[in-house]
Design a protein around this ligand. Structure first.
Ligand SMILES: CC(C)(COP(=O)(O)OP(=O)(O)OC[C@H]1O[C@@H](n2cnc3c(N)ncnc32)[C@H](O)[C@@H]1OP(=O)(O)O)[C@@H](O)C(=O)NCCC(=O)NCCS
Length: 171
């Protein structure tokens, strides 16, 4: 799978992506609002191996995609998980901080949403964010998403119970 946008493209994660993924998956800054990480290299290897395996399933329900600039630099990863009937999907993403604040996250997310709507016939897309994760919330708002739920203290992240906002958009 290759989804071409303007300055970047999304493609299936590959075993050779481990080092580039680990550069950001091992950063506390990247996982601050997430339940996983910072990864050891072994955890990143397992993550990439799981993505490659998931992508290879014939009845593929999860898209595990690398975001790659047109110059070949891998800058992050996106996941889309489809519901059983294929009408809903949840998306998530992480980018290497070296490439933050350049609009890449929004550009990749828009391309993924377009693909889910056009190729998979998804009708509603969901995403979650911690309320403090303003960068992520801004990306979701740029996709036209609106907050539909707030779960209080529902997730334990490095010893602290944190809130979760759920966003959605009909496509
Ligand atoms: C979320 C993430 C992908 C956003 O990446 P990014 O490169 O900042 O995204 P963009 O450049 O597309 O910016 C999107 C918007 O958010 C704004 N923004 C970015 N960082 C911000 C911050 N810390 N505070 C407030 N706004 C911010 C940008 O200004 C931009 O809005 P604008 O175009 O109106 O200026 C990146 O911060 C990241 O990887 N974070 C760690 C992983 C993570 O939290 N993933 C989400 C899990 S829910």
């Amino acid at each position: 799978m290759k989804l071409i946008a303007q300055r970047l493209y999304l493609r299936d994660l590959e075993p050779s992506d481990i080092d580039a993924v680990h550069e950001y998956a091992s950063s506390l800054e990247v996982v601050l609002h997430q339940e996983w990480g910072p990864n050891t290299i072994e955890q990143t290897r397992e993550y990439v191996a799981g993505c490659v395996m998931g992508n290879s399933l014939p009845d593929r329900r999860t898209l595990e995609l690398a975001v790659v600039l047109n110059d070949g630099s891998l800058i992050g990863s996106y996941r889309a998980t489809l519901s059983e009937d294929g009408t809903e999907a949840e998306i998530g993403y992480s980018l290497n901080p070296r490439y933050w604040h350049k609009g890449y996250a929004t550009e990749a997310a828009k391309r993924l949403v377009e693909h889910l709507a056009c190729e998979f016939h998804v009708r509603e897309i969901f995403a979650t964010s911690r309320p403090e994760n303003l960068a992520s919330i801004h990306v979701l708002e740029k996709l036209g998403m609106q907050q539909i739920y707030l779960y209080r203290r529902n997730v334990l992240i490095r010893g602290e119970w944190r809130d979760t906002l759920v966003f959605s958009v009909k496509v």
